[in-house]
Ligand binder design. Structure first.
Ligand code: ACM
Length: 547
């Protein structure tokens, strides 16, 4: 261990391409290539958008005097002189369909030029990210003479954001999407409804945002039972949603919306009390003002299913994602037990317990999605009472949920609380709290190294066909204890970088010592961009990142 550390520290810098996630195959040549003003980007038909991304990034990185790195389409058939003439140096984006698979790319250097070979546009986008991150953060833009052949380990490389507990500006979400793109994440799981706030404009049900988007109070940091007596709320308009979906799509990120049901529904039920179990004693729905699990659940009524169908209809119009996340987590069964109506549905349908009622409920929701050509995705509680055919399971609790679901042929996304909940303390909880109440986290302790060492395929499945059902992994940003964007960045970074490498890089190529060397320039990039992060090796006198 110590020797490995020493070796890494003493190794010459050119032996590390400072890219996160680490490319899967790097062949070293001699020296490096300096990218200079005067450089041209050329692309084959269909790769223009990625060529523009490259040109934009290079234009910023290269000399200020040069306004833009020019781009042009290659025209192999033409004998006419190229409008751009013969450049001193070029980067070419070209198709290569025989060897490379989806999202894969190859970067080669030849003389003064670079070539990027891809099978699809995400591959080209990821090649551009690798190229830009391989350049030093300042000084001459030298690219080491390496040949890189790279492809992701997993198809699902996600980050989740809860906007129910606290919501964030569209521009801030775009910043997160930018960093996700740099780290080759391709799924943004947007958790849009909660007990403490409904955040999505639904045209058919205006009270969801007029009433459901607003709560009367929020617990302050450091006082979980307390109240700030301040009204809090807001929501995303459908135009804003379209803006985010398009912004993400331009970065090859799919936005997967979540409408959590039948639990975590207090806000919607406060807006439309008839959706809930209104026949129980003391029924008094409200938008919740404290965290935790609340008893309000949707009632298994026909009018509730009509409401869900209409809401999902608008959701499907807004989000092209093949997956729609319907939550399914933490839905207490108390109200269904108390409700004569819910009990009558159980009797009518021959259901023996409330877990079966939830499975029946979700099977109906699944049909609504199927009718629209979409797939149901839910937290692992959707296994209770029987998993709907074709459902994808997002595992956040016990790993047996992943093992059993995969063995039954269900796709699985690994999002375990133990390794991927970024709302847990990033550094020692005691020293974090000593810095101030605003450092409070929900609990737990998830240091960077633990994220880095996360293995998404349960060992019981390694080598089996069931392992192929593990689609990938995802980091969670639950926001009970994230009131500001600064705090969100602080908890997201650099743990998201570690998870990106788990999701992208083959296990044999992953190396914690080597990651720490590549992390330094990554942290420098965050700092240059004004993004907060929790420093895994803080200097004692470091200034307070949240102040
Ligand atoms: C969850 O953390 N309730 C999925």
């Amino acid at each position: 261990m110590l020797l490995a550390t020493l070796f890494t520290l003493l190794a010459p810098a050119q032996d590390v391409v400072p890219v996160i996630p680490k490319p899967n195959q790097i062949e070293w040549g001699q020296g490096s290539l300096e990218l200079k003003p005067g450089l041209y980007v050329r692309f084959e038909e269909g790769l223009g958008a990625e060529a523009r991304v490259l040109s934009d990034a290079l234009s910023l990185r290269l000399d200020d005097d040069i306004k833009r790195v020019p781009i042009s389409m290659e025209d192999h058939g033409s004998t006419a002189p190229d409008a751009l003439g013969t450049p001193n140096q070029s980067i070419r984006l070209e198709w290569e369909d025989r060897v490379l698979g989806s999202e894969a790319y190859r970067i080669t250097s030849d003389g003064n030029n670079l070539r990027i070979l891809v099978h699809d546009t995400p591959g080209a986008f990821y090649a551009v990210q690798t190229l830009m991150m391989a350049l030093p953060t300042s000084g001459p833009a030298t690219f080491p003479r390496v040949q890189i052949s790279d492809a992701p380990r997993f198809a699902w490389r996600g980050l989740h954001l809860d906007v129910g507990r606290h919501l964030f500006a569209v521009d801030d979400i775009k910043v997160l999407l930018d960093w996700m793109a740099r780290l080759k994440f391709n799924r943004f799981h947007w958790h849009l409804s909660e007990d403490q706030g409904w955040r999505l404009e639904i045209r058919a049900y205006p009270k969801l945002t007029e009433v459901g988007a607003w709560r009367d109070a929020t617990p302050p940091y450091g006082d979980r039972r307390g109240s700030d007596d301040t009204r809090y709320g807001g929501f995303y308009t459908q135009d804003q949603v379209r803006e985010i979906v398009a912004y993400a799509a331009a970065r090859h990120i799919l936005v997967v919306p979540e409408i959590d049901m039948p639990g975590h529904m207090s806000a919607a039920i406060a807006a439309y009390p008839e959706l809930g179990n209104s026949d129980i004693p003391g029924y008094a729905p409200k938008v919740q003002t404290h965290w935790g699990v609340h008893p309000y659940t949707l009632a298994p009524k026909e009018e509730t299913f009509e409401w869900i169908d209409t809401v999902l209809g608008e959701v499907c119009e807004l989000f092209p994602s093949p997956y729609i996340h319907i939550g399914g987590d933490e839905a207490p069964k108390d109200q269904w037990r108390q409700s004569a109506f819910a009990q009558s549905v159980m009797q009518r349908e021959g259901l023996t317990d409330e877990k079966q009622l939830q499975a029946w409920f979700l099977a109906r929701v699944s049909k609504m999605l199927e009718a629209r050509g979409r797939k149901l995705l839910g937290w692992d509680e959707i296994r209770e009472g029987g998993l709907v055919d074709g459902a994808t399971v997002m595992v956040w609790r016990g790993w047996e949920n992943a093992i059993e679901a995969a063995r039954q042929g269900h796709d699985v996304v690994m999002a375990p609380g133990s390794h991927t909940y970024f709302d847990h303390y990033p550094l020692n909880p005691k020293s974090e709290l000593a810095k101030g109440a605003e450092y409070e986290c929900i609990g737990g302790f998830l240091p960077l190294e633990k994220v880095y060492r996360f293995e998404p395929v349960p060992s019981e499945l390694l080598g089996s066909e069931a392992a192929t059902y593990i689609l990938g992994c995802q980091g969670q940003l639950w926001t009970e204890y994230i009131k500001t964007w600064d705090k969100l960045e602080y908890l997201a970074f650099p743990r998201a970088a570690a998870l990106a490498e788990v999701a992208w890089t083959q296990p044999a190529e992953r190396d914690w010592e080597d990651f720490q060397v590549r992390l330094e320039p990554f942290l420098e990039r965050l700092q240059q961009a004004g993004v907060r992060y929790s420093d895994p090796n803080p200097e004692p006198q470091t200034t307070d990142p949240l102040k």
